[in-house]
Design a protein around this ligand. Sequence first.
Ligand code: SF4
Length: 406
Amino acid sequence: MELLVEDIPAARVADAPLSGIEGEACSLENYLTLPDHTMDGRIAAARKQLGKSTVLLGHHYQRDEVIRFADFTGDSYRLSKIASNTDARYVVFCGVHFMAESADVLGKAGQQVILPDLNAGCSMADMAEISQVEDCWESLERMGLGEDKITPLTYMNSTAAIKAFCGERGGLVCTSSNAAAAFDWAFARREKILFLPDQHLGRNTAYAMDIPLNEMVVWDPWQINGGVAPERLRAAKVILWKGHCSVHQRFLPSHVDAMRSKYPGIRVIVHPECRWEVCQKADALGSTERLIELVEKAPDGSTFAIGTEIHLVNRLAKQFASSGKHVMTLDDTGCLCTTMYRISPQHLAWALENLIEGRVVNRIQVDEDVKHWAKVALDRMLEIGVPAPKARPAEARASEATQRSA
Ligand code: SF4
């Protein structure tokens, strides 16, 4: 009699040998009806069987039931570096679509990148389509603001086509770990930057480099000439694309005020995808790697409110509870990245067990013509690296106070 996954009691699924569920087991529908915990044993067994042929990368915003199986965890910068160095034949990317695309661009010949759920996209990346960016560039060129004046710089959270667009025009990619260094790189070559697609990261980075807000304009792709007068575009140093992260934009200045009045002495640390007004009120800004580092290095007993995705915040709260560090979200309604959440244990088990059967499901493959220039832009980013963060005034004060009390 054929054994179907549904016929196996939950307690037994984890122990079921892969060969016993061959065939039917590789249909995604058979996985989605099963509870999360029944996937643990199967994922672990599949990882073991696949051995060094497969590397599993997990972004910090992934849920615990998935990230615990990752060989490497990190922010998009760290994961893209790992993707460029691994010799594994298969890279299973537990993150979102643009990250898997970058892994494919940076990967070695013959490597294959898998995204366990193709619906794991990014609302910010979706806010800039290549045709809109091309239209924007043509408009700027008509105003005499072409390649000799503007460097196109895109945040990692963008499609491979946009990365290629930037690479081909002397531009590059950055992440929140090295946006300031990428701005320096661009300004050393040309007088202006077109920053895609996150207006907040662009504004926060430029402002921290002493570029006043009135030297930045926001290009709205849904309006003629971006909705900006040509004189303002000619005067601007930074042209910000009108995009944002729907998760980080939820944090408000009032959340910072409420936390400070409820917990005197609390340190508020936020991701630079948050609004400028929130970042101005925070004690420190940083990529997910930097936020983790700030909590790690803080003295025992410190209290933090963190403005970033809820899975990372909850994980830090658990991890540091034993050292008396109190970590909470800046907004207690919870800021969940629903697209990251789409990578479920069921999708992961399905992708891995298909690999065992010799089937590559959900492969992410960037077109060869796009790949070349996207790689140029990504390589420029990797060459810059991640310089040590400069302390902001509030951060420096907090650090001095810590040293004094130590
Ligand atoms: S947190 Fe925001 S920027 Fe990051 S993947 Fe989710 S929607 Fe995109």
